[in-house]
Design a protein around this ligand. Structure first.
Ligand code: SIN
Ligand code: CO
Length: 375
């Protein structure tokens, strides 16, 4: 599925070596990681995406030394009327809106898809950028159109400017800097300070990652438990003695409640079930487009056998063992089906000759939901 060769993408080092030496550890600059890459969008195309309500877009501006941030969707006139300098337009989730973007994001699947977040694209006129900052997640910054000067710093001082709408570093001490040309790429681990300044009109394509926070994973798991638990039993007090204070909560009721809560047990399978649903759940602004004139099973099957199937760019298909998670829904399948679905999850497509009746039945339901398409 990857359109880009892994050899150039990581500058000649293997994914194994990249993971061992750089991933989450130190920056890596790769010249011509994507030879010939100019991006599939220019300012026009990005502005168009920034006006869509199914895109997450931001406009960062500087005015008299102050940083300003606005969220989209924007009006086209507003974007076309921006001044010559002092701004940057950023659109997240471009992998959902552009098939090539989906392929670019998945060129990085030497890292588990459960850790992949999205592809963000930015445009800035000469001198533009979002200021010196750090991100909480790993990022690959790929130069599309034009050039950008990247300054980075391994500083521990990550104090940000109070009250600014963006996390701008109070102090930024440049350790290293490079000028990136189209096709060059800079990998940065989480919390590594950086500043990108456009040299002429500039577009950056950022492949971003996600990592759940402990607070988030546990609170979400508690919500999952709430939805899946079905406990029997009810408090009873046939030996109730008359209380001294009728307003006081009875000690027996406290002890009984504690026994119920202490008795909660979950297995690894429950955690897998929760995690798969949670990680494959579409983001709030993502909606699928079911086919307008859907094919019946027979016509769908004939087409799929001829032309194969591919996941919609918005779909997230994950698995663990024989349990599969498609856009927040789960199912467990037979060993025979599991092998083929793993291939669909890994490569996001399935050739027609692998499709048998049971798989076509399942995929037809996903097709009707807009999760995948023929071809
Ligand atoms: C940008 O594309 O301007 C910002 C990317 C980043 O610094 O993470
Ligand atoms: Co950044």
């Amino acid at each position: 599925m990857a359109d880009f060769s892994l050899d150039t993408l990581l500058g000649g080092i293997t994914p194994e070596r990249f993971l061992a030496e750089y991933w989450q550890k130190k920056p890596l600059l790769v010249r011509q990681a994507l030879p010939g890459f100019g991006g599939w969008l220019g300012r026009e195309g990005l502005s168009e995406l920034a006006c869509r309500d199914d895109a997450e877009s931001r406009l960062v501006r500087t005015r008299r030394g102050q940083w300003l941030l606005d969220h989209g969707p924007f009006e086209r006139e507003e974007l076309d009327a921006l001044p010559k300098k002092g701004w940057s337009l950023l659109v997240s989730g471009v992998n959902h809106l552009l098939p090539q973007g989906d392929r670019l994001l998945h060129s990085f699947d030497f890292i588990p898809q459960a850790r992949l977040d999205d592809l963000m694209v930015s445009f800035a006129p000469d001198g533009g950028g979002v200021g010196p900052h750090f991100d909480s997640y790993d990022v690959f910054l790929i130069q599309g159109l034009g050039r950008r000067r990247w300054e980075i710093s391994g500083q521990d001082d990550l104090q940000v400017v109070d009250g600014a709408p963006l996390r701008i570093l109070q102090r930024f001490r440049v350790d290293q800097h490079w000028e990136l040309e189209s096709g060059d790429m800079l990998y940065l681990p989480p919390r590594f300070a950086h500043n990108g300044v456009a040299i002429g009109e500039c577009m950056t394509w950022s492949v971003g990652f996600r990592a759940p926070k402990a607070q988030e994973i546990v609170t979400q798991f508690l919500t999952y438990l709430q939805d899946t638990l079905n406990l029997d039993g009810m408090y009873a007090d046939p030996d109730l003695a008359r209380p001294v204070h009728s307003g006081e909560i009875p000690a027996d009721l406290v002890d009984w409640s504690r026994r119920q809560i202490d008795g909660l047990r979950w297995k690894r399978d429950h955690v897998v079930d929760f995690l798969g649903r949670y990680l494959s759940e579409p983001k709030a602004h993502v909606f699928f487009d079911p086919p307008r004139r859907p094919l019946a099973l027979a016509a769908f099957s004939a087409g799929a056998r001829r032309r194969g199937l591919r996941l919609d760019a918005r779909s997230q298909l994950l698995f663990r063992g024989r349990q599969f998670f498609m856009n927040g829904e789960t199912l467990e399948v037979s060993p025979a089906l599991a092998g083929k679905l793993r291939r669909l999850a890994d490569t996001r497509e399935l050739p027609g000759d692998l499709l048998d009746e049971s798989l076509l039945d399942l995929c037809h339901a996903w097709y009707l939901a807009g999760y995948l398409a023929v071809g």
